[in-house]
Each structure stands twice: as C-alpha cells, then as structure tokens.
Design a protein around this ligand. Sequence first.
Ligand code: ACM
Length: 381
Amino acid sequence: MPAVTSGSTRESDGRPAYEWRGLSLDVARHFFAVDDIDTLIDLAADLELNRFHLHLSDDQGWRIEVPARPQLVRRSSSGAVDGDPGGFYTLRDWRHLQDHARHRGIVLIPEIDVPGHTNAALHAVPGLNIGETPKAYTGIDVGFSTLHVDAPETEAFLRDVLGQAAEMGEGWVHIGGDESHATPRDEYEELVRMAVRVVHDAGARVIAWQEAAGLLESGDIVQVWADPLSLAQGDEQVWADDLSIEGVTAASHRGVGVLMSPASHIYLDMKYAEGDRLGLTWAGTVELQRALEWDPADIVRGVDPASIVGVEAAVWTETIRTFDEMISMLLPRLAAAADVAWNGSGVGRWESFREDVADLGEQWSAEGLAFHRSPGVDWRD
Ligand code: ACM
C-alpha cells in the first residue's frame, strides 16, 4: 500500500509543502471525453499536481465499465444533466488515462460514490432497490438516493464495483460517502463500513468525503469539502448536521490523513462573481485571490496539522458542459490551488502570485486555452 507523508514541510528547499496535490473532476453530471481528460492531465502536470481524481458515478450517470455488472453502463451511462449526452470510459480507456497520467507523474484516483449519489446505480440494477427501480435522473438536486442494507444485491454490488476500483487504482479508492441525506444513520454506518472493508480487503486504502470521517481507519484519508466558512458564506442551507467537522478533527488524531478541498476557496465550480453564467454559489463566490489566500492548517479548528496530507481542488459539472467552459472555470484558479499545495499557506502572497500568474496567462493564451481574466492581474493580452 502506498504511504503518504503528512503535514506541511514549509521549506523552500525545492520540496513541496504537501505531498498530495490534486484535482478532482466530476464526469458524472457531464461527461468529458478521453482526449479532454488527457489535456487536463497535462495541465495538472504543468502546475506540478500529482493526483487526478475522477468522480465516476453519481445520480445522473455511471461512467466506468464494470465487466461484472455490464448493466451499469448499458442502462445508466448515456445521459447527463438536462438530458445532455453522456458517455463512459472502458477499462481500456482507463488504462490509457492511467498510463498517460503516470508518465506525467500523476496518480489517477477512481471514485465510486456510495451510499448516496447512487440513482444511476439504482436505475441500472433493480436488485439494489427495496421498492421500485427509479427512473434515470437529469436534474441537479442531491441527497435523495441511497443504497439499502437489506436490498438483495447491495453487498455483492459493493464487492464488484469497489473491488474493481481497487484494481484500477494505484493503492487508493475514493468511496464518496457525502450527502447521504436519504440514508438512515445506522444504515449509513453499516454501508460505509462495508465499503471500507471491501477496499481494505483488496489491499487498497480508502479516501472518503468528510461525512465518513468517523468510519475511517488509520492510513485512510478524509477529504474536507464543506468547511465552516463555505457554510457561512453560502446562499443555500447545505445539510449541516452530519458534516462531521468534529469527526474530521478526531480522525486526524488517530492516524487518518486529511485532504483539504475547502469549497469556499478551491471548489472551482463556484462562480467567480455574482451574475456569472457558469457555476454555483452555495459556498459563495470564489475569485482568484480567494483561491490563493488561505491556509490548509486553518480550515478545520483542532485538526492535527501533521495529519494534513495535501490540497485538492475540485470541479463539479452541473453547469459545465464543454471543454472551454471547463477551462474557464479551472484557469486561473487551479494555479492558485496548486501554489498553495506546493508552497503552503497562500495568505499574504497575492502580490507576488499575481505577477507569476500573468506569465502563466501568456502561456495559456499561446496554447489557445480560454481562461478567465480575473481582475487584479495585468494579463498581457
Ligand atoms: C461534495 O461536494 N458533495 C463532496
């Protein structure tokens, strides 16, 4: 199993502050073709990121071939949000992406999100349901779907899909665990424990969103997304009761690594500013300076700083349909996230960053990338 070093080194000796420097991409709400992912892997590598996390399943679509469960892609891959076209990766596609990523120094991380965010699986596999099999879903609500402990296929399904994910991953499988609002608490715990066990038995380590913090074991990673600031800034009431902020703190003191993806700073699907066409605002708006000026050690009070394995920007695709739209949301903010991952806290570093990012902008222009011209930077075009 891989090991990760925790804690910011905060050294200027050419070594990164954090070992885990990632980008997470939702290909379930809208699907992005292999060529697009190849280009995004190159972009991540250029910014010295070393993890690329693909969110491969959600309510709207199942995006990875599972030979043991062919109905998943047969029945649940063709759609996307708003009835847009979907798609899926074959295992051969996955190996291509993995080889490409490895060549660029990046580990590809597969996420199969359970027990919520599972409408696509429930639609494809009738035996995952207790009552009726649900219809395909093309909206953007969250929190209405769930696996069931007592459905006949649940355990075998987890073994099939997470066992395969363990084979696909390079020692890491992300099991989701977020926003399972429709799952009774006791079932949530049982289902997440089942998922953790399958991944561990397959010789891999688990990553899960913060709601599952209390169910992870030493050597696993909890990924923080709904940071206290995002909840305070947002314009929607996010399900706050089970966000397990205290669970994250406790986990950090018993050997669980903490990966920081605070929505209020590095959810790159947040709008830059009110009134933008693309993006959401539930965690507030995120302009470039906000993506830079934060400290991973300050996100969750009481977290053991030595447990923080890294920083991972995330982009969810409810509103993002095309490659150019994706680029306009990622850039320039991904450069800020990568800077924090490499150098540690970005607080007080705006003046030097805004000069450096103008140089990057020149390269992006030369490459024809449709990046967002954030205010406060002297872009050279
Ligand atoms: C998440 O944004 N629900 C992890």
